[in-house]
Design a binder for this molecule. Sequence first.
Ligand code: FES
Ligand code: FES
Length: 181
Amino acid sequence: MLDSPNNTVVTAKARPKPRLVTLAINGETHEVMVRPHVMLLEVIRDHVGLTGTKDGCESGTCGACTVLLEGKPILACITLAVECDGMHVQTIEGLSENGKLSDLQEAFLDQAATQCGFCTPGVIMSAKALLDNNPKPSVPQIKKALEGNLCRCTGYNSIVDAILQYSGQGVEPLMKRDDAP
Ligand code: FES
Ligand code: FES
């Protein structure tokens, strides 16, 4: 309760209290205190420091923030962190092992399927969710799985080719890359 200047009494609006949320992100447990309105994207990037997941539109339209929640692709910018309490989250950082890119990421490089790279983490997470359930998807199935991921740079053919290459469907790398540091 607060006294106002003219001595009428006003009630202070209660601010929602932070809550402890536990997330298993890329196999590591993180406990964070968050207010109820905080989105999973903010937790991943600002609390945990995994900035591979991109912050694009913040309104659920571009797909840049796609991560896997319990293995399913979701948009982290419109998913409340408190709704994910106790769940497993996988981000783009969770695909590489000991600093080595996954074969799916390598296929994107082989096909030059990334330019500015801003959309790429989200695209790859959507592709991973597809491939986990369907190891040899058709082109229409790939396009359907990626319909929520917008890319302003590459055109989409190279992205589809990267997924076809990875899944062993007759697409060869565009060029031989030198892996030497
Ligand atoms: S940042 Fe989440 S959909 Fe664009
Ligand atoms: S590579 Fe630039 S937005 Fe897709």
